[in-house]
Each structure stands twice: as structure tokens, then as C-alpha cells.
Design a protein around this ligand. Structure first.
Ligand SMILES: CC(C)(COP(=O)(O)OP(=O)(O)OC[C@H]1O[C@@H](n2cnc3c(N)ncnc32)[C@H](O)[C@@H]1OP(=O)(O)O)[C@@H](O)C(=O)NCCC(=O)NCCS
Length: 172
């Protein structure tokens, strides 16, 4: 059985995180956002800049030394939740979401928030399935696309990580 491990990101993960983010942007956001808005991320150095700035806040999902997913939060907000397209629908997104929801709850916040592009059907389906509720829709002028603000009330049983199909271990 292949196992996934969930742990805080380390500096050595930076090249793998950059690769994961770049590949996810091209495959997922290439379908959703105007191409000119993606150029600085795909052809420029925006991914490198952001990963170097944010890696210390990141949680990674790893399989046999490969980073296959990443999540990050600040205060009550989930800033990032990306699973490599080759690993979708294996429970990795759910497990990463559990980790960041648990962190938010432990920090004393009962209400978590995030933003998701309205036409990101895959992510919208995921968040709705995980108990998130749309609050309002607004225009993201920087990205040139509508986004949905979503919230979730974190209950006591929102604790812990679960994963199906390939098993998991957690080191945090
Ligand atoms: C959204 C995302 C994180 C989900 O991760 P994942 O590991 O594929 O999700 P899981 O396997 O944990 O899915 C859990 C449940 O969510 C729902 N779900 C997941 N993907 C879905 C999809 N494409 N359409 C509808 N529902 C979906 C299902 O109910 C699924 O359970 P099931 O597989 O038993 O049917 C992943 O698709 C992703 O990284 N997408 C690209 C980046 C992105 O859009 N991130 C969110 C930015 S706001």
C-alpha cells in the first residue's frame, strides 16, 4: 500500500513545491482564468516568489519523497489547498483540509473562511461536500474572475485526519 505522509514543509521542499504549484496552475487554473493573468505565474517568477515567502506556513502531503499536495492558512482563513492533478480523488485534499481546519480550531476560531473561483467546479464540489457554505460572490479584479467567499463553522468533531484508498500517516 502506498502511504501519504502529512507534515510541515521544510526548506528542502521548496523546489518540489514550486513544481507542484506550477503544474497545478497550468492544468487547473488554465481552464478557469484568463491566460494573460496566468502568464506571470507560468512564465514569470511569481510561483518562486510566493513559495519562498510562504513555505514556512505550509503543510505538505508527501508520497515516497514526492510532494503531491499542499495547504496553508493564516488566522481563520485557508489561503491554499492544492493537490497535484495526478492525485485527485484519493482523499488527500480531505486530509489536508482536516489538518488546516484543526489548526484554525486550535487557534481559537470557530468560523473558518476561504475563497474559491466560482468556475472552479472541482473545488466548489469538494468544499460543498466538506460542509463549506457559500457566503457571497465577488469579483477578483487581480485574477479577472468571480470568486465565492465560503465559510464553515468548526465543530468539536472536526478534529483529526482521515484518508481513504491508500492510507496515511501524519507527522506535525
Ligand atoms: C479541490 C481539491 C483540493 C480536492 O482534493 P482531492 O484530494 O481531489 O479531494 P478528495 O479526494 O479528498 O475528495 C473528497 C470529496 O470531495 C468531493 N469532490 C472532490 N473532487 C470533486 C470534483 N471534482 N467534483 C465534485 N466533487 C468533488 C467528493 O465528494 C469527494 O469524495 P469522493 O471522491 O468519495 O466522491 C483538488 O481537486 C485540487 O487541488 N484542485 C486544484 C486546486 C484547487 O482548485 N484548489 C482549491 C482552490 S480554492
Amino acid at each position: 500500500m502506498i502511504r501519504f505522509e502529512f507534515r510541515k514543509a521544510a526548506k528542502e521542499d521548496i523546489p518540489n513545491l514550486i513544481k507542484l504549484c506550477r503544474e497545478t496552475i497550468v492544468e487547473v487554473y488554465g481552464q478557469i482564468l484568463p491566460w494573460e493573468k496566468l502568464v506571470p505565474w507560468v512564465e514569470g517568477d511569481m510561483v518562486e516568489v510566493e513559495v519562498n515567502k510562504q513555505w514556512q506556513n505550509m503543510i505538505v502531503a508527501e508520497k515516497a519523497g514526492e510532494v503531491v499536495g499542499v495547504a496553508a492558512r493564516s488566522d481563520d482563513k485557508i489561503d491554499l489547498l492544492w493537490v497535484h492533478p495526478a492525485y485527485h480523488r484519493r482523499g488527500i485534499g480531505s486530509a489536508l483540509l482536516d489538518v488546516v481546519e484543526t489548526e484554525i480550531k486550535k487557534s481559537g476560531c470557530d468560523l473558518a473562511t476561504l475563497e474559491c473561483f466560482s468556475y472552479n467546479d472541482c473545488a466548489m464540489g469538494f468544499y460543498l461536500a466538506k460542509g463549506w457554505k457559500p457566503l457571497c460572490e465577488e469579483m477578483d479584479e487581480d485574477a479577472g474572475a468571480l470568486k465565492v467567499v465560503m465559510t464553515k463553522t468548526l465543530t468539536k468533531d472536526a478534529d483529526g485526519v482521515s484518508i481513504r484508498k491508500e492510507g496515511a500517516s501524519k507527522k506535525l
